[in-house]
Design a protein around this ligand. Structure first.
Ligand code: ZN
Length: 95
C-alpha cells in the first residue's frame, strides 16, 4: 500500500498514512489535533527503495538532478578527420 501525505488546515506538520491505492481517502484525521486533513497531490511513495533496482534508480536520478560541479567549461573533443583508404584520393589537391 502506498503512503499518502496529508496537510492539516490548522497548521500542524504534514503527516503520512498508508491506504490502499484503489481507495485513497480525501481527508484523514490529523494526528495532532484530530481535525480533518486534506490529502496532498504528489507522487505516491510506492517503495522504500530497499531493492537494488530502486537504489539504482534513485542513484541515477540523484546524479541527473545534481550533476558534478566543474570549475571550467568542458572542452569538446574534435572528431578525427575522416581518413580515406582510397589511393586515388591522394592525388586530390590538399587544402
Ligand atoms: Zn492538525
Amino acid at each position: 500500500m502506498p503512503l499518502y501525505k496529508f496537510r492539516c488546515a490548522q497548521g500542524c506538520p504534514d503527516f503520512t498514512e498508508q491506504h490502499p491505492i484503489s481507495s485513497p481517502p480525501d481527508t484523514a484525521a490529523c494526528v495532532q489535533c484530530g481535525q480533518p486533513a486534506r490529502r496532498m497531490i504528489g507522487a505516491p511513495a510506492l517503495g522504500s527503495g530497499a531493492s537494488s533496482a530502486m537504489r539504482l534508480q534513485d542513484t541515477t536520478r540523484a546524479t541527473a538532478d545534481t550533476p558534478a560541479v566543474v570549475d571550467r567549461i568542458p572542452q569538446r573533443k574534435r572528431p578525427p578527420a575522416p581518413v580515406s583508404t582510397n589511393p586515388l584520393h591522394r592525388k586530390l589537391p590538399r587544402p
